[in-house]
Ligand binder design. Sequence first.
Ligand SMILES: Nc1nc2c(ncn2[C@@H]2O[C@H](COP(=O)(O)OP(=O)(O)O)[C@@H](O)[C@H]2O)c(=O)[nH]1
Ligand SMILES: [Mg+2]
Length: 235
Amino acid sequence: MKTVVMVPTYNEVKNIVELINELLNYPVDIVVVDDNSPDGTSEKVKELMKSHKNIHIVLRTKNRGRGSAGKDGYQYCLDHGAEAVIEMDADFSHDPKYIPQLIEGLKDADVVLGSRMVRGGKEIGRSKFRQLITSCANFYIRLLLGLRVRDCNSGFRAFRRKMLEDINVGHLFSTGPDIVQEVLFKAHLKGARIKEVPIVFKERTKGESKLGFKHLWKGYVMILKLKYLHLKGDL
Ligand SMILES: Nc1nc2c(ncn2[C@@H]2O[C@H](COP(=O)(O)OP(=O)(O)O)[C@@H](O)[C@H]2O)c(=O)[nH]1
Ligand SMILES: [Mg+2]
């Protein structure tokens, strides 16, 4: 099964080389979706591409945002024959060692989430406050969108190709990190079999988070929008 790991990046020069070197231990292709990071992330990727045919880059110079980068990344994976797509962050919060379990999970699921909220999963290195925010967001999302998933905010996940085709990635509209929930909800509406496998999520130690309160607030509004569009019959 051709598997492509898609990694959105913005200013991840301190992580990207080490991450790619770890990903090279797995039978996957790698596509980095970089928004022309001023720190030179893409140059590092291009250097590695010279010696590895399975490393690719989508270099975006016009748009910026975690959501639109994800959308372009999914599209790249589909256009290049991926049968499975894994999405993960570049900052080692998502440990590549879980990749085999995500792929294995796809045998009897359409979406496999790396989950902090199931037995054996947890989050380390994040403040109690940030953990509380994650839990509240989860509660709100599950309640409003009727998802039975425990970790609705996980950006470490695997999809069968058919699932990404079914949700029509070309129509994704989130520009920011709320793409995580948009995709999950759309997959749920398409009847996806969603499975969660435990992961230990570690807060980054290198580089800086790009996501702040503005994104959190927008995320809450996005959930309302998704609910509204669904009630209206547009989703
Ligand atoms: N291409 C792209 N990637 C982004 C953008 N913002 C964040 N990312 C990437 O998305 C992943 C998660 O972002 P991060 O800042 O770690 O968010 P946090 O884990 O919620 O604090 C990382 O790999 C980032 O480099 C963006 O605007 N464009
Ligand atoms: Mg992070």
